[in-house]
Ligand binder design. Sequence first.
Ligand SMILES: NC(=O)c1ccc[n+]([C@@H]2O[C@H](COP(=O)([O-])OP(=O)(O)OC[C@H]3O[C@@H](n4cnc5c(N)ncnc54)[C@H](O)[C@@H]3O)[C@@H](O)[C@H]2O)c1
Ligand SMILES: O=P(O)(O)OC[C@@H](O)[C@@H](O)[C@H](O)[C@H](O)CO
Length: 385
Amino acid sequence: MKAVHFGAGNIGRGFIGLLLSQAGYEVVFSDVNQTLVSALRERGEYVVTLADDEKKQLHVRGVTAIDGTDPDAVAAAVAEADLVTTAVGVNILKHIAPGIARGIEKRIAASGGKLHVIACENTIGGSTQLKEQVFSHLDEASKAKAAELAAFPDAAVDRIVPIQHHDDPLAVTVEPFYEWVVDSSSMFPGYKPIEGVHYVHDLIPYIERKLFTVNTGHCAAAYIGRLKGYETIQQAMGDDEVAGEVRGVLSETGKVLVERYGFDRAEHERYIDKIIGRFRNPHLTDEVTRVGRSPIRKLSPNDRLVKPALQAYELGIEPDRLAKVMAAALLFDVPEDPEAVQLQQDIASGGIEAAVEKYTSIPREHPVFRLVIGHYERQIAASRA
Ligand SMILES: NC(=O)c1ccc[n+]([C@@H]2O[C@H](COP(=O)([O-])OP(=O)(O)OC[C@H]3O[C@@H](n4cnc5c(N)ncnc54)[C@H](O)[C@@H]3O)[C@@H](O)[C@H]2O)c1
Ligand SMILES: O=P(O)(O)OC[C@@H](O)[C@@H](O)[C@H](O)[C@H](O)CO
């Protein structure tokens, strides 16, 4: 069985590639980073280290890579694959879509077998988004055939993999915990389960629980931690005030999740505790600039801050802590992060209200909008005091 995985980065090597290899797949990575591609081709293996006391090493063997900038190689790989997965970043999906579309066209021409394409990105409906991008590159006749041949089940993936700083470009240190949940309702009947994957019929509660707990809490630690001058999540979580803000924000999203999806309250509290323990993992060094990266994406209407805040408001819960994190995200001034630069330029040129309206899509008259602006102004005043 052959899997083509787009993105040989942290989660690609440290989670999806590892799990697929353990499940018996021959993994072919597609990446545009030539250092990674050459090393994977030359060595055909790499090592994943678990970040705990034991530091167990897992050897991933029998892997290779193709150059993601070579359209023919990408199309040929997709045409021959039994499974396609991605972990490139939501904003990159549009760049890999043409290659996947060409691969599907080749499969149609060769009367190839059915294919599942699973986007493993931090977003709601990642595979559905990828499907739309892929189908936009197909003509009408191919679209109908592609719909019979390729399914795009959505997924939720959870494993903290920081930016790696090893001499070996392929080595990757990951937290021991992982969770990969896939929506089986949009898969072809008789699919072969991947060992280690949890299949569910309704993914929405799982993806929202993950995104609005792990990722909302994580970015709260990053944005508020950065305002207090911390460089890593571990340092930030060592500060009681930051840890308290993280708990506060997770209390708000927790109420929403319990109310909307009927999760058991006590069990959800344990889920939160476990996640906070994962953020504190002393065997990891996770930079706040990675966890807070792409603030425009994180402030977008369907992501980890605005969506739960508006859901909370609808349920009569004031999302004050979420608004505070949004305000801190608006102050995330990192010159190496193109979205942070863009956001700061927009705030400087058009003002904070126009920027909040543009990026969050929350109407100016909405009470949550006022909460965000109030926190932003207080944080600006505090920084000047
Ligand atoms: N790191 C984590 O803890 C984590 C956990 C869960 C989910 N995720 C999600 O996984 C995705 C990847 O995150 P990451 O941390 O691994 O990022 P990363 O930057 O380490 O990896 C992304 C990889 O994609 C490659 N890439 C970029 N353009 C490409 C293209 N056109 N074709 C093929 N490859 C291309 C990059 O070269 C890079 O190697 C994101 O959506 C992220 O939200 C990350
Ligand atoms: O990858 P992002 O930018 O969406 O979010 C940053 C981190 O919160 C994220 O990568 C987590 O480490 C991961 O989602 C844990 O499962």
